[in-house]
Ligand binder design. Structure first.
Ligand code: FEO
Ligand code: CA
Ligand code: CA
Ligand code: CA
Length: 687
């Protein structure tokens, strides 16, 4: 085996704050007059002094008046929503939570859950690809708890299905001696990497001592980068989805880079495909926009993060079904059904999974558009009104989208048809705290054949290009969203953007460079439109500017020792209205320079009404905290720890000097895992 000489530290530095995609939106899709107007506004505000003043001015008094005034609390006072003491930042290789709480590690990478239940080798990671396909994957991310029902049909808080996304893999730790980094790559290694991706569905139960355990239940399932799936919605069967594997353009093998998630009102799980472009290559001189606008380059992974040399380099003799060859999208035959030129078009979707039926085929729902989907969140549905969902495209200068079903929601008949027939919109954030949703519909707003869009399928496959065309607002990397269950207010994290220069700031992305990120929120004029009613206007403001003691602001007040943070990413609002915020400072920036003050990645809890915010959890070394959901009674909070030890460089890996051995301790390998967090007194977590 070729020694592993991969320098993760170099890659990590490149990845520090920019995510895993290159900038693909060269124009930032704004007109000159918009840039000019915003630049003039910003200069006026700088003259008036201070970030707070600038934000107030950009938003305008009307927008501010529409939000509740923040309440100030004296230090030490215990307001209603947040009932725990903030913890300090940490650089320890452990999970820390407030006094009165306990943490259990559940479902780490490698835990056997299906098939022959192969035991995990935590020292050498010697498990085979087949073993991995029967074990929990790596890089836990979005997650949901589907409770079992009791005899009376009520949801239980001690038993259910935990469904977990597995975003990507760390090749240093996945294979016993790191990965072979020369072409051709061994099939067995690539197959193991594919098997570690996807989704795990696992039945779990809490015992009388409040300990959770994974069961070998009949609904347990692994979905991977090779699981057969089909397309539904307007782009299913489109010529743009035809491949050698599926000449009709209706099937695809696998889901990739499953970042955050969503949950439908009818109880299915949605897994979202984020940085899928990094797995592909297309060596054409001028790749089609379906590839170039999404960052598919002539070698896989522009940052070399996932798969250099690519999965496609596996020898043909080892890969008769093209499982690996499909990641080279360079045309080699005479038409799309001879090769895999369209394989990248089969990724970048939201995938619906029925967690209750392990034999069901996952479905990529094309009406929701194709981009680097971070996650998807729904407005609480109401009978007789159309269903509304939001999804962010996480790359620098990309957009936030909204989907509205054509048919109204009916709890008795609600199902997947609501995700197949509807309208996709994209957000334009205007000055004055107002914004508009612009429909991406064929024939409207210049989305015509003459402009390069033959039909709705072509718009959906090229959602980014369509959004460019209609003048959407390029954002600072939209990550998770959350909808307040009572007010319908929508919150979105904008994690950071070092490439936004001072001249390209706008009202909704007012810091250039945006080193630490912010959280934006909006209120719809019509949250749940009726049939034949369009909902296009909204009011917005910035809830919080992440940062250190001098740059962080929540509702105009500076952040302090109890809550400084950077790179907001995961987001969830619990049934009581607590806003849980998780951070993902990149491996190259973590605990260095202006990010040293934030320590390891963490989770905070905020009261959206008062702006109170406290640090609730700090994670081990080299990881991000991502994924959060509670049991129905809110006495257990499930939280994911992704990629502990990612700050380990290639040479340090070889020397056995790993930055983390969490959760097993030395000498075992670091493992992504789920945390089950509860209060010792059995109360609601966070309360
Ligand atoms: Fe997978 Fe944008 O985080
Ligand atoms: Ca994320
Ligand atoms: Ca992130
Ligand atoms: Ca990460």
């Amino acid at each position: 085996m070729t020694p592993n000489n991969e320098s993760n530290s170099r890659l990590a530095l490149a990845r520090a704050d920019s995510g895993d995609e290159p900038i693909c939106n060269p124009l930032h899709a704004r007109t000159f007059s918009e840039v000019l107007a915003e630049t003039q506004l910003r200069r006026r505000n700088v003259l008036r002094g201070g970030l707070g003043a600038a934000v107030t001015m950009l938003m305008g008094p009307a927008a501010l008046a529409s939000w509740p005034a923040p309440t100030t609390h004296t230090k030490g006072e215990r307001p209603g929503l947040l009932g725990f003491q903030a913890i300090p930042t940490s650089v320890a290789d452990s999970v820390v939570v407030p006094e009165g709480y306990r943490v259990q590690v559940l479902l780490p990478w490698g835990e056997p859950i299906t098939g022959t239940y192969p035991s995990f080798d935590g020292l050498r990671a010697s498990n085979s690809a087949q073993d991995q396909a029967e074990q929990v994957g790596t890089h836990h991310d979005g997650m949901h708890f589907f409770p079992s029902l009791d005899a009376a049909g009520r949801p239980r808080s001690d038993e259910g299905l935990l469904v977990i996304n597995h975003e990507y893999v760390d090749r240093l730790f996945l294979h016993p001696d790191g990965a072979v980094l020369s072409a051709p790559r061994p099939f067995e290694e690539v197959a193991k990497e594919m098997a570690a991706h996807g989704v795990s569905v696992v039945e779990i139960r809490r015992d009388s001592l409040a300990q959770w355990s994974a069961l070998r239940g009949p609904r347990n399932r692994r979905i991977t980068a090779t699981t057969p799936m089909r397309f539904e919605g307007p782009a299913a069967g489109s010529p743009l989805l035809r491949t050698r594997y599926s000449p009709e353009g209706v099937l695809v093998r696998g889901t990739l880079n499953n970042c955050a998630h969503g949950v439908t009102p009818w109880g299915t799980y949605l897994t979202c495909e984020e940085n899928w472009a990094n797995y592909f290559c297309n060596r054409e001189a001028r790749p089609p926009r379906e590839h170039s606008r999404y960052g598919v380059r002539n070698t896989p992974g522009p940052l070399g993060w996932y798969s250099v040399p690519g999965w496609h380099t596996v020898a043909a003799a080892e890969d008769p079904d093209g499982l690996c060859a499909r990641f080279d999208a360079t045309p080699s035959g005479s038409s799309a059904v001879d090769d895999y030129r369209n394989e990248p078009n089969a990724f970048g979707w939201v995938v619906e999974i029925d967690p209750q039926d392990p034999d069901s085929m996952p479905v990529k729902r094309t009406a929701l558009g194709r981009f680097a989907h971070e996650g998807i969140v729904f407005q609480p549905p109401r009978a007789g009104r159309r269903l509304v969902a939001y999804s962010g495209d996480d790359a620098r200068f990309e957009y936030i989208y909204k989907y509205v079903s054509r048919e109204p929601y009916d709890p008795d008949t609600a199902g997947s048809h609501l995700l197949d027939e509807g309208t996709l919109y994209v957000a334009r954030f205007d000055t004055g705290g107002r914004g508009r949703w612009i429909p991406l519909v064929h024939g409207r707003h210049g989305l015509t054949q003459a402009a390069g869009f033959r039909d709705q399928a072509e718009i959906l496959v090229n959602a980014r290009a369509a959004a460019d065309r209609v003048g959407a607002t390029p954002m600072d990397r939209p990550e998770w969203g959350a909808v307040h269950p009572k007010t319908g207010e929508v919150y979105f994290t904008l994690t950071n953007n070092n490439d936004r220069d001072p001249e390209s700031t706008d009202a909704a992305n007012p810091r250039g460079p945006n080193r630490f990120g912010h959280i934006i929120r909006w209120r719809e004029d019509v949250p749940l439109p009726a049939v034949n009613e369009e909902s296009i206007g909204f009011s917005w403001d910035i809830f919080i500017f992440a940062g250190d003691h001098s740059t962080g602001r929540v509702q105009g007040r500076p952040l302090d020792d109890s809550n400084v943070f950077a790179a907001p990413d995961g987001l969830w609002i619990d049934p009581d209205g607590r806003l849980w915020i998780q951070t993902d400072i990149g491996s190259g920036a973590m605990n260095r320079g202006d990010h040293e003050v934030f320590g390891n990645n963490q989770m905070l809890c905020a009261d959206p009404t008062t702006g109170e915010i406290r640090r609730f959890l700090t994670g081990p070394v080299g990881q991000e905290i991502t994924g959060v959901v509670a049991t129905p009674d809110q006495t257990t909070l499930f939280v994911n720890v992704q990629h502990p030890g990612e700050t380990t460089s290639g040479p340090a890996f070889e020397r056995g000097e790993w930055t983390s051995h969490w959760p097993g301790g030395a000498p075992s390998r670091p493992r992504s895992a789920t945390l089950a967090i509860s209060r010792i007194d059995g109360g609601k977590v966070g309360g």
